[in-house]
Structure formats: C-alpha cells, structure tokens
Write a protein that binds this ligand. Structure first.
Ligand code: PEP
Length: 258
C-alpha cells in the first residue's frame, strides 16, 4: 500500500512571527511539492493563529507540540485537545523525548494524552506518537525492547478504526538536536520492526500507519533516509527553522510519492 509522505516541523520553543511569514512565503512558491508531500508545522502554540493566517491559501497543516491529558479543568498553562483543535491544529506531537525527559511525560501520561486525542472526533486530529531509545539503551542492545514497551503502553487501548489518525515518529534520543543521525540502515531496522509490530497487532491497517524518522535530519541526509522502505517522512526539529533547509527536506520526501 502506498503511504503518503509526511514531513512535520517541530519548532520547539523557537520561531517568531517573522519566521512564520518567511516560511509561509517560501511554501507559497511550491504548490506542486505541497500536492505530493503532506507538510505540517508545529510552532509554539501561541504562534498557531499566525501560522494559520499566513498559510490559509496553502496546503500546509498546523500542529502543536504537546497537549494535556485531561479534557478540561484547573491545569494552569496547559492546553486541552479541544482547545488545540479549535485553534486549528491538525497534528499533535505526543511523548516527544524532551517532554519525557524534562516535563514528566511518563508512559502513563503519554498513553492518556494519546487517548484524549483519538477520542476527540469533532475534528480529524492526528496524533504523532514519538518513541526512541537513549544512547545507553542502544549501547546495551535494548533498542527494540524499549521501543516495543513504549508502543505497548501507549497503544494498548487504540482501536483499529483509529489507526488512520495515528502517526509514529521513531526518534532515537541520542540523535535529537545532537547532529548525530541514525544511519539509514539503523533507522530502517527500527522502522521495519515497528511496522511488523503494528502489522502483527492490526494487520494491514496497522502496516499502513505512517512512520517518520526524527533526529538531526538535514537536507544532506534526508534523501538517503527517505529512500528506506519503511521511512515515510520525517519529524524535523532544528532544520525546520530554516526555510531553505526545510524545503529541501520536504523535496527529498517527494521522491516517495512517485
Ligand atoms: C525533534 O525535535 O523532534 C528533532 C528531531 O529535532 P532535531 O531535528 O533538531 O534533531
């Protein structure tokens, strides 16, 4: 089954209204690219509205970098699924390693956030579940054990009819923001295993879930990564802050649509 290539930019706590305008202008000159590659940008939530306005005429989606696991209530500073959906988000990153490491996103919280996103049906929100091993876990040959445990925990209650709203991003922790990238072979090995895991659990609809690679993807390594059989696109941090670099990465994903 042909899976649509997908590239998502994660600005983390970076960006500005000026960058919103600059990137939107850069994408405006690429209608053919946007017809072949799904592109989404997750700016800081306070820039969501600016991003939406700047990209109204473009086939580029908006997303957020996190969401709260509760539907509403006394959670100062947090955003519910309904709030981010109403603000125009189509994608929600869940369980990014920075949130797991520094903001207490335990396996249970990650699972609860995913449940909130998939339970919300007013608008077609898609969840991007991030998984990945640390350098130490890779060194100790625990990579697949760690990733399977993350999948097992987060996806325990997911139903087959929710899978079209799920994306999985494999992001080795040691490769995020470090300039170290998994080799295409290393990344494919994990992606292939994740795809098999999904297929064993849900059959063809599991195998059809888009799998993104993230971890220091740049214009000069994207083509080789996206040439791998089970890498359907990328989750891009630092490079998504540079229009030329991000567009080149999206262009590298275009080859998968042919
Ligand atoms: C990320 O933030 O998900 C990421 C992959 O960052 P970077 O591309 O900067 O490594």
């Amino acid at each position: 089954m042909q899976r649509q290539p997908l590239v998502i930019g994660n600005w983390k706590m970076n960006g500005s209204k000026a960058l919103v305008a600059h990137l939107a202008t850069a994408f405006a000159s690429q209608p053919e690219l946007l017809g072949q590659v799904h592109v989404a940008v997750c700016p800081p939530a306070v820039l969501l509205n600016a991003w939406q306005q700047a990209t109204q005429q473009l086939a580029v989606a908006a997303g957020v970098q996190d969401v709260n696991e509760h539907a509403d209530g006394a959670h100062t500073g947090e955003h519910s699924v309904q709030l981010v959906a109403e603000a125009g988000a189509e994608y929600v990153l869940i369980g990014h390693s920075e949130r797991r490491q520094f903001y207490a996103d335990t396996e249970a919280r990650v699972a609860a956030k995913l449940r909130q996103v998939l339970a919300y049906t007013e608008q077609p929100l898609r969840a991007v579940l991030c998984v990945g091993e640390s350098a130490e876990q890779r060194y100790n040959e625990q990579t697949m054990m760690v990733i399977e445990a993350q999948l097992e925990s987060a996806l325990a209650t997911v139903k087959a009819d929710q899978l079209s709203r799920l994306v999985i991003a494999y992001e080795p922790v040691w490769a995020i923001g470090t300039g170290l990238t998994a080799s295409p072979e290393q990344a494919q090995q994990v992606h292939g295993a994740i795809r098999k895991w999904l297929e064993n659990k849900w059959g063809a609809s599991g195998a059809a879930v888009q799998l993104l690679y993230g971890g220091s993807v740049k214009a000069d390594n994207a083509t080789a990564l996206f040439a791998e059989a089970d890498i359907d696109g990328g989750l891009i941090g630092g490079a998504s802050l540079h229009a030329d670099e991000f567009l080149a990465i999206c262009t590298a994903a275009q080859a998968r649509s042919r």
